[in-house]
Design a binder for this molecule. Structure first.
Ligand SMILES: NC(=O)c1ccc[n+]([C@@H]2O[C@H](COP(=O)([O-])OP(=O)(O)OC[C@H]3O[C@@H](n4cnc5c(N)ncnc54)[C@H](OP(=O)(O)O)[C@@H]3O)[C@@H](O)[C@H]2O)c1
Length: 268
């Protein structure tokens, strides 16, 4: 089966005139880029011709990703920061501005899901950390980045099906993703006059470190798979195509939307 890793769109196909998945010359910032979905999203944009800026909490965690991207011909920018720290995020944006002078795409992918506990057992600091990273982090990066963006720019926020459907023991995470969905709709309205689009991608369960514990647990693995009509978890390749679509000019009439990629979970 062809994966996104095999597809090169350096010479992009034109679809219906001038609509293209062409990122040549585009400047793309991806948070949560050290592994999992964010890494796959950064690599896919790079393969499509973009320059990419990579964020995770530490520079060390990004070196391997940067090395891989360098091999595809674009020199990545490493801008490490805790996305929950507004001042650190503003420093990232200043570095991007110095290096590139502007920004065409932001993908907010940094996120955490540190607990799988009933609501009444979640400790205060854990609750706050989930909201700080997932919601305030998305807010910090988007509001700092927009000042570098001009007409045609795009923000893609990675949410989750749990922004829309509940699941026991996921109170903090679900709450945070519901807030990301609401924030994204409002940003889409506020920034449409600037020509900056804001959309959401909401995956179901993807094979990454984040879900390893649940996927490896016999009872919860079965619980999850019972809710996925297609019968298997997603790979990162199943998600990146929709992100590329929304961040490219092919998605240029889409703003304020939420693209659910869940193997049918929310259809049932
Ligand atoms: N996997 C799934 O099934 C799934 C489903 C729906 C939605 N999502 C969402 O997709 C996104 C990526 O998930 P994933 O599965 O790829 O998770 P992952 O493998 O655990 O990766 C999380 C990424 O976020 C970064 N990160 C965490 N806290 C950060 C912070 N405070 N500041 C900056 N970066 C931070 C991590 O970098 P460092 O740890 O190196 O700092 C890492 O790059 C998340 O928003 C998640 O909620 C995932």
């Amino acid at each position: 089966m062809t994966s996104f890793a095999d597809i090169s769109v350096a010479t992009p196909p034109a679809v219906g005139g001038d609509i293209q998945f062409d990122f040549t010359g585009k400047r793309v910032w991806v948070t949560g880029a050290s592994r999992g979905l964010g890494r796959a999203i950064a690599e896919a944009h790079s393969r499509a011709g973009a320059r990419v800026a990579l964020t995770a909490r530490t520079e060390e965690s990004l070196l391997d990703v940067a090395e891989g991207i360098r091999k595809h011909g674009t020199e990545p920018l490493i801008v490490s920061a805790d996305v929950a720290d507004a001042a650190a995020v503003r420093r990232c944006v200043s570095k991007i501005e110095s290096a590139w002078g502007g920004l065409d795409v932001l993908v907010n992918c940094a996120g955490i899901s540190p607990v799988f506990q009933r609501a009444e057992s979640i400790e205060d600091d854990i609750w706050r950390s989930v909201l700080d990273v997932n919601v305030t982090g998305t807010f910090n990066c988007a509001t700092a980045a927009v000042r570098l963006m001009s007409r045609g720019a795009s923000v893609v926020n990675i949410s989750s099906i749990h922004g829309q459907v509940g699941m026991e023991r996921m109170a903090a995470y679900s709450t945070s993703k519901g807030a990301v969905d609401a924030l994204s709709r409002t940003l889409a309205l506020e920034w449409s006059e600037r020509g900056v689009r804001v959309n959401v991608v909401s995956p179901g369960y993807v094979e990454t470190d984040m879900t390893e514990g649940l996927r490896g647990h016999p009872k919860w693995r079965q619980y999850l798979l019972d809710r996925v009509p297609v019968g298997h978890f997603a790979t990162t390749d199943d998600i990146v195509g929709s992100v590329l679509f929304l961040s490219s000019s092919a998605g240029r009439y889409m703003t304020g939307t939420n693209v659910v990629i869940d193997g049918g979970w929310t259809a049932s």
